[in-house]
Design a protein around this ligand. Structure first.
Ligand code: FES
Ligand SMILES: [Fe+2]
Length: 423
């Protein structure tokens, strides 16, 4: 049990968090209660860096995407100087939404209501008839943005946590050789799942359920998360293949100068993370039914297709896999207490041509099926944890990342709730 903070009286939610039993999920109402969801928005998504998009989605000056986090909408745009910026999607006049499309291109940002016009750097350029107020005071409200080797993180905090620098320093040497910052989007699919965002994340953080993913299991070793002594008899052959593929992958990484040491701290940092290179089964090249590459043009010119997956988990809301031929990036964005958007983005080399270098259906097949299966698991769990009969059950050892996610969540929520009471 976490130590009780010393200031003032803890709230009911703080007691619930303080009494969390490590090694088990949360009590049901933490997944179903609207007040807890509001606290999640405030203390997790409102205070910590989260993965919002990729540089591939804002490649040229004027390219933008809008990112919704519950009722908030944030514009991520590449400005005229080539810098990625982010702003609240709220006009400084009377608050109208500026951009209503999920993505696109603009020269300037012109409000559709009274035509106030902002530059791509957020400065108010034109406000018809406005007098007596310095336009410099009416720039769009900025959101902290940080690009890390092609990934774009946002922080809604007034003072964003600084350890994004640490994460950038450790993740960049892994990501940079794969050229994500120069990649292009081959496909993006938004899936609305019928579950609380924490259940979506918990489901991602283990492969105990991977028997439910027949397509993924063609290339994803089913022994993920298991120590050698925990591998059941039926998975022994897979474990032996994994061990050999892991040694082979390590040798290739050494040869190519690619870092492959496991970096894992999913509990303490603000940008809690896991960075790992892991082999793939079958041909070992990509997520496909044979494990062979599905994009003819490699993502980066590394001269080797059999690189498994560079897998990165970040908290609170993301995971991604970088393969030799493409990358697939997932971000989790809360829509409501029991509704969550899972956005999947497939990235390929900027010069790869659909229909020539890749077939879109083949590229997206494994994760389209896997996402649908995960979505069903999440919906079943949401229904179950809302049932008065639910009691949190014990995790197996292969679910340690789920436990770490909840340890991170619990600590960050308590930090936020305690700070809120003290201020
Ligand atoms: S609300 Fe945007 S110009 Fe008036
Ligand atoms: Fe899954």
């Amino acid at each position: 049990m976490t130590a009780l903070p010393t200031t003032a009286q803890p709230t009911g939610l703080e007691w619930d968090l303080l009494e969390r039993v490590p090694g088990r999920p949360l009590p049901g109402h933490l997944y179903t209660d609207a007040a807890v969801y509001d606290a999640d928005l405030r203390h997790v998504f409102g205070r910590h860096w989260f993965l919002a998009t990729t540089e591939a989605e804002v490649r040229e000056p004027g390219d933008f995407v809008t990112i919704d986090v519950d009722r908030r909408s944030i514009i991520v745009i590449r400005d005229d100087d080539g810098q990625v910026r982010a702003f609240h999607n709220v006009c400084r006049h009377r608050g109208a939404r500026l951009l209503t499309e999920p993505s696109g291109f603009v020269g300037n940002l012109t409000c559709g209501y009274h035509s106030w016009t902002y530059g791509t750097d957020g400065r108010l350029l034109h406000a018809p008839g406005l007098t007596g107020t310095d336009p410099a005071c009416l720039s769009l409200r900025a959101v902290a943005v940080r690009a890390v080797a092609g990934l774009v993180f946002l922080s809604l905090a007034a003072v964003p946590p600084t350890d994004i620098d640490d994460f950038a320093a450790l993740a960049t040497p892994y990501l940079e050789p794969h050229g994500l910052a120069r990649a292009k989007v081959a496909a993006q699919v938004d899936l609305e799942e019928a579950g609380n965002w924490k259940l979506v994340m918990e489901n991602n953080r283990e492969c105990y359920h991977c028997d439910g993913h027949p397509e993924l299991s063609c290339s994803f070793f089913p022994t993920y998360g298991l120590e050698a002594h925990e591998v059941p008899e039926r998975l022994r052959p897979a474990h032996e293949r994994f061990t050999a593929a892991e040694a082979d992958l390590h040798a290739r990484c050494v040869e190519l100068g690619l870092p492959d040491a496991l970096l894992e701290d999913l509990v303490d940092p603000d940008v809690a993370h896991r960075v790992a290179r892991e082999p793939l089964d079958g041909a070992g090249e990509s997520f496909s039914l044979t494990g062979r590459a599905v994009v003819r043009r490699p993502l980066a010119d590394l001269g080797e297709a059999r690189l498994g997956r560079l897998s990165i988990h970040t908290q609170p809301n993301a995971w991604l896999h970088v393969l030799s031929d493409h990358a697939v990036v997932f971000s989790v964005l809360p829509l409501g207490v029991d509704r969550t958007l899972v956005r999947t983005t497939w990235l390929v080399h900027e010069d790869a041509v659909e229909g020539v270098d890749y077939d879109l259906a083949e590229l997206t097949h494994v994760w389209t099926e896997t996402n649908a299966q995960d979505s069903a698991f999440v919906a079943l769990t949401q229904a179950g944890v809302a049932d008065p009969a639910y009691e949190p059950g014990p995790y197996t050892s292969s679910e340690y990342q789920v436990d770490h996610f909840l340890s991170w969540y619990t600590a960050k929520m308590l930090d936020g709730l305690t700070a809120g009471r003290a201020s």
